[in-house]
Design a protein around this ligand. Structure first.
Ligand code: PLP
Length: 453
């Protein structure tokens, strides 16, 4: 009998008592290789000695001071570390700290609104986001997200947000259409909706540069973000990049948008949200990075950041994140993300390219997914009630590997994919094992589905 209000009240959960490297160890001694970091969180294993030491050291010095009156050194040092490594165009940006990805998204939306109030453009209020997408579970973030099954229970409580389609080549790219032409066509949807709402009334376009759980680690087609940036600039619309899941090294660069630089130059968001890989699960921490022009609007206007929370800039959480990113840099772990990511992709393509129920393999860095379909030719998804992705998770778990299943990539309800997001410290042997176990789990589940149908 548990007194914790768990996500699923019907199924008792194993108790994890310890982490060792990239493995989690349960009370009964079972070991699980973590191939998904929970939800793309634990990017530096579960017991990194430098992170443990830094947290203990910070506990001995200082935990909490209120940000209305004081600052603290770890918060200052982390902001400097991350802002000075942000995409060109960030300039003397600033970092605001929060406790979760959802909170960061709320703060990002509110900062966009404040930006226009400071500039004397109060009529800017429309938010445009994409489907599918997930931006969090608080009401503003949930309204912004484009994921039907998550939104529908709360529909009467959600503010109006407009949505365009996220580029999803497997289902939206037309035969014979080049990736570049596809990118331009999908970016045009943004231009069209801005025109229909009235450019002077649009506040922000919200995107996950590499779409996370709602679509399954979907990278953008080439040129998409260069065009999106151009459209936002032409209409004075703020670009908000939700890098909660895909940022902080997950796709092989510290910021996911770095990889969207083109001949026209770097693509820099106006506001970027960060979480998961920020403190790698060692502490709960999220952040909002505002580029210099956004900071300036506030500095030259009221001078006051309107959005505040009690636990902003907590010294222990920021000390943990600072050491996480110092370790990633010192150990050149982004190189490992790219190398092991290439190995993961090659392994998945080798095993699943000709698989009768794997429709698509997509991702970047150590962030890859396989989309499962009932019929390869028609791309028909399994019915959501069949719970195929969840069944694959259970089968992989029984084989000792943790994966992240999700549903809804096709229409917000149907469409199964299994997402992998292993630690940046993964070894070649661990990546091989992840691919082997995923293959065994998939075969086991799909054989039983075939048998049942
Ligand atoms: N944004 C993205 C892209 C996410 O993947 C998530 C969580 O999965 C969130 C926002 C919300 O973060 P949190 O669960 O920490 O509130």
């Amino acid at each position: 009998m548990s007194y914790v209000f768990h996500r699923n009240l019907a199924t008792p959960l194993p108790v994890i008592v310890r982490g060792e490297g990239n493995e989690l160890i349960a009370e009964d001694g079972r070991r699980y290789l973590d191939a998904c970091g929970g939800a793309a969180v634990s990017c530096l294993g579960h017991d990194h000695p430098a992170v443990r030491a830094a947290i203990k050291d910070q506990v001995d010095r200082l935990a909490f001071v209120h940000t209305a009156r004081f600052t603290n050194q770890p918060a200052e040092d982390l902001a400097e570390f991350l802002v000075t490594r942000a995409p060109p165009g960030t300039g003397r940006g600033r970092m605001m700290y929060l406790g979760s990805g959802s909170e960061a998204m709320e703060a990002a939306l509110k900062l966009a609104r404040q930006y226009y109030l400071e500039r004397g453009e109060p009529e800017r209020q429309h938010i445009i986001a994409r489907t599918p997408s997930y931006h969090g579970n608080t009401l503003g973030a949930l309204a912004t997200g484009g994921h039907e099954s998550r939104r529908s229970p709360y529909a009467p409580m959600l503010m109006d947000v407009h949505h365009v389609r996220a580029p999803y080549p497997y289902r939206l790219q037309e035969p014979g259409e080049s990736p570049e032409a596809f990118a331009q066509r999908l970016a045009q949807e943004l231009e069209d909706i801005i025109q229909s709402l009235g450019p002077e009334r649009v506040m922000a376009f919200v995107v996950e540069p590499v779409v996370g759980a709602s679509l399954g680690s979907q990278p953008p087609p080439p040129g998409y973000f260069a065009r999106v940036r151009e459209i936002c600039d032409a209409h004075g619309v703020l670009l908000i990049a939700d890098e909660v899941m895909c940022g902080m090294g997950r796709t092989g660069s510290l910021y996911a948008l770095e990889q969207e630089a083109s001949a026209q130059g770097a693509v820099c968001a106006d506001i970027t949200t960060l979480a998961k890989g920020l403190a790698a699960g060692y502490q709960p921490l999220a952040a909002v990075l505002a580029r210099e022009s956004v900071v300036q609007a506030v500095a030259e206007g009221s001078g006051i950041l309107l959005n505040g929370h009690t636990y902003m800039a907590h010294a222990i959480t920021t000390a943990a994140a600072l050491v996480v990113h110092r370790v990633i840099e010192a150990d050149d772990l982004l190189m490992n993300v790219r190398a092991r990511g290439a190995q993961l992709e090659a392994g998945l393509r080798d095993r699943f390219m000709a698989h009768p129920h794997v429709g698509d393999i997509r991702g970047r860095g150590l962030f890859f997914s396989v989309e499962l379909v009932a019929d390869l030719r028609s791309k028909t998804p399994f019915p959501s009630r069949a719970g195929v992705a969840m069944a694959v998770r259970e089968a992989a778990l029984a084989l000792g590997v943790l994966t992240y299943p999700a549903q809804g990539c096709v229409d917000g309800i149907n469409g199964d994919h299994v997402l992998l997001a292993p630690s940046y410290t993964s070894s070649t042997a661990q990546i091989d094992r992840i691919v082997d176990v995923l293959k065994a789990a998939l075969d086991q589940v799909l054989a039983s589905k075939r048998h049942a149908s």
